[in-house]
Structures are given as structure tokens and as C-alpha cells.
Design a binder for this molecule. Structure first.
Ligand SMILES: [Zn+2]
Length: 386
């Protein structure tokens, strides 16, 4: 029988507090992280794995330079000296690359996902292209060399890709350009680092990073506004991808049937009205930075526009919440993260659209991670999920 399509990505093994069994290798890493250097014998005692299993796992981790035998304890009497094993926190293991319209970002993580290096490359053309990917990857490699970080022991590379993802099962969706570009991204990264990257949509990747910083969060809607507008539904720690990996395309709900054309082929989508570039265009300012300044200066047009944008976004999020019944809604949007007043308008608008009995029970919170950080770090977490 054919396997059913996978419609969600499980994130549980990231959660150190989770009671479910993790892969054995991750258990060893978690133990050395939380308890510090341990001997093989101690690892056998704590995990209950056989001596041979622990030995194999330790060898594997040593081969990728994630583990070092830090010192030799002289045991009294007979037998071989005992090695104390410790994590090597200076060795790059995972790379996350995120390409957005206005910038490329990349980050290098060690075995326990501490960031060792992060870079940001502006993309003045505002066009997603192979060129900005190349620039970002090149700059990351140069910067790694300058910081003495050797990329020879990399385990995996993840990539956050905006736009609709390639789909193996249905050739007509998404549009050919974005599919071809995603394949070109994959080929370039594989060529450069020697690993085929794991690619996923920006909103899902950013949600993954946010979840990592909120271990208790298992069910939510993660709403993200930047160049585009998207949402990720998290159910029992699974990121819902949908059958065609297009779940959460809230940005392409029609708000104004006579509105301006959207790149998706429709008209007047939510994204054409409330995304950051759409708001800048409507208020005739060059950047969200200026938009925020105009808001603070009390510019009446900007005040009206942003208030209206919050109300529209809130109404659509309320619809999403009515359909999915989430425990909480997390909002990643630099406008609402920087201006609490805007967040309050958005929150009120969401609550007004919920069932009266549920209005006070859903948690609505701004994201912890800044928008820029969440994409590349999420891509590195994604890499580790292979
Ligand atoms: Zn659209």
C-alpha cells in the first residue's frame, strides 16, 4: 500500500522537557548538555542503553567532531584510564539559510543549536533570485573562515524559501517559476556545502524557531507578516503542512475582489493590503522603519492605514481561529512587536471575531523572536530534523 502523503512535521524531539522518547543520539547530546562531561559508563547507567550502543553513538558523535574526550581520569588500580566526554560547542554542525525579498540571512549552529555566527546580506533588488542566495552563502563561508570556523563537519543544511514550494505530487501547482527556483536553490546549496538542503516555507521555518523558544507551546496559530503574509498551524507539536504543502496561506484570502492583482494570480488578497511592502506602498514611504516613525509622529493617514490593517488582519485571524480552535495565537510582525498600541488593536479585533464564550480563553501574544532572527535560526533547526 502506498504511504499517505505527510501533512505535518513533528517537532517534538526539539523539546528538552518533552516526555516522549527522543532518538538515542539526541538523548546522549541532551545529557552531556544538561549534566556536563560524563564517562561512557555513566552514559550507560543513565540511559539504560547497552555498552555497545553507547559506544557506537559516542564514536558517531566523535567522528563529526561534536564530542571531545576532554581529559583522562586516572583510575586507581587496574584497567584502562577513563575518558571524560564533553560536547564540542565550537564546531559548526548545522547551517540555516533564509532568503527573503529584502535580505538573505544565514546562521551556523553547533550541536546544541547555539548560534556560532550569523550574517545578513541586503537584497536591494527586492527580487528572490539565485543571485541573493549565492551572495548570502558566499558571505557566510567567508565570514566563517575569518572567525576560524571550519565547515568540514557539517551535518545538515536547512533553507527557508519564500513563495510556494515545489511539489512532487501535483505538477500544476505551484507555478513553474517558483518551483524551478526552489530546485535551483537546492542544487546550489548541495553543490556548495555537499548536502542536499531541507527546504520549507518561511512561515513554517520561523514557527519552528519560535516553538524552540517556547517549549510549553504545543497548539497554536503562528501568524507572520513581513514581505508576505502567512500562518502556520501547530497541532500537538506538529507543524501542519497540508497535502500540497500549502497549508496556512492566509495571505491569499480575498479581502477585496476588485483589489490590485496579487502574484498568486488572484486579486485583492490579504497580502496585497497588509504586508509590510503593501503598507509602505499605500502610505508612500520607503520602508517600515519610516512607517513606524510616521506612526509615532502622529501622521493621520498612517495612523488610519495601520489601524485599518490591524482590524483586517484581526478579522481574518479570528476566522482562522474559529476554524482551528487553537490554544494561542502568536503574532510575528515587526509593527506589532515594536508598537504595543498596534498589537492591542490587533488583539481586540481578533477577540471581537471569536465566539463570545471563547473571547477570553485564547492567548494572543507577540512572537519572542525578532522576525529576521527567526527565519535563519529556524532553517538551522529544520536542518537538524532530517
Ligand atoms: Zn494572492
Amino acid at each position: 500500500m502506498k504511504n499517505p502523503p505527510k501533512t505535518a512535521v513533528n517537532t517534538q524531539h526539539f523539546n528538552e522537557e518533552n516526555p516522549q522518547p527522543t532518538p538515542q543520539r539526541q538523548t546522549i547530546v541532551n545529557l552531556l548538555h544538561t549534566q556536563g562531561p560524563l564517562t561512557r559508563q555513566k552514559l550507560v547507567e543513565i540511559t539504560g542503553y547497552t555498552r555497545a550502543t553507547v559506544s557506537t553513538l559516542v564514536t558517531q558523535l566523535q567522528e563529526c567532531n561534536a564530542l571531545l574526550a576532554t581529559e583522562t581520569q586516572k583510575t586507581s588500580g587496574r584497567g584502562r584510564p577513563t575518558q571524560l566526554l564533553a560536547l564540542n560547542r565550537d564546531c559548526p554542525q548545522y547551517i540555516g539559510v533564509a532568503i527573503q525579498k529584502l535580505r538573505g540571512t544565514a546562521t551556523i549552529h553547533n550541536v546544541i543549536h547555539e548560534p556560532l555566527l550569523s550574517i545578513e546580506v541586503p537584497n536591494p533588488s527586492g527580487i528572490i533570485s539565485l543571485e541573493i542566495l549565492e551572495k548570502t552563502v558566499r558571505e557566510l563561508s567567508v565570514s566563517a573562515r575569518q572567525h576560524g570556523l571550519n565547515l568540514h563537519h557539517l551535518q545538515a543544511v536547512g533553507c527557508a524559501f519564500p513563495g510556494l514550494l515545489p511539489n512532487q505530487r501535483l505538477n500544476v501547482l505551484p507555478n513553474t517559476d517558483s518551483r524551478e527556483l526552489a530546485y535551483a536553490f537546492e542544487a546550489f546549496i548541495e553543490d556548495w556545502f555537499g548536502y542536499k538542503p531541507i527546504i520549507d516555507g518561511t512561515a513554517r521555518v520561523a514557527a519552528l524557531a519560535e516553538l524552540r523558544h517556547r517549549p510549553a507551546l504545543t497548539d497554536c496559530l503562528y501568524f507572520r507578516v513581513s514581505d508576505g503574509v502567512a500562518m502556520t498551524q501547530v497541532v500537538a507539536s506538529n507543524l501542519v503542512t497540508g497535502t500540497y504543502r500549502l497549508a496556512g496561506e492566509i495571505g491569499h484570502i480575498t479581502i477585496d475582489p476588485n483589489g490590485i492583482p496579487c502574484f498568486c494570480g488572484k486579486q485583492g488578497c490579504l497580502e496585497t493590503i497588509i504586508s509590510n511592502p503593501a503598507l509602505c506602498r499605500q502610505s508612500n514611504v520607503p520602508s517600515t522603519y519610516v512607517l513606524l516613525q510616521e506612526w509615532s509622529a502622529g501622521n493621520p493617514q498612517v495612523r488610519t492605514l495601520l489601524t485599518q490593517a490591524m482590524r483586517i488582519a484581526g478579522a481574518e485571524l479570528a476566522h482562522a481561529a474559529l476554524i482551528t480552535d487553537p490554544g494561542s495565537i502568536i503574532v510575528s510582525w515587526n509593527l506589532t512587536q515594536q508598537i504595543p498600541e498596534l498589537f492591542t488593536i490587533l488583539e481586540e479585533s481578533i477577540r471581537n471575531g471569536l465566539l463570545p464564550a471563547l473571547r477570553r480563553s485564547i492567548q494572543i501574544e507577540p512572537a519572542i523572536l525578532p522576525e529576521v532572527t527567526s527565519c535563519s535560526r529556524g532553517a538551522a533547526y529544520l536542518a537538524a530534523m532530517k
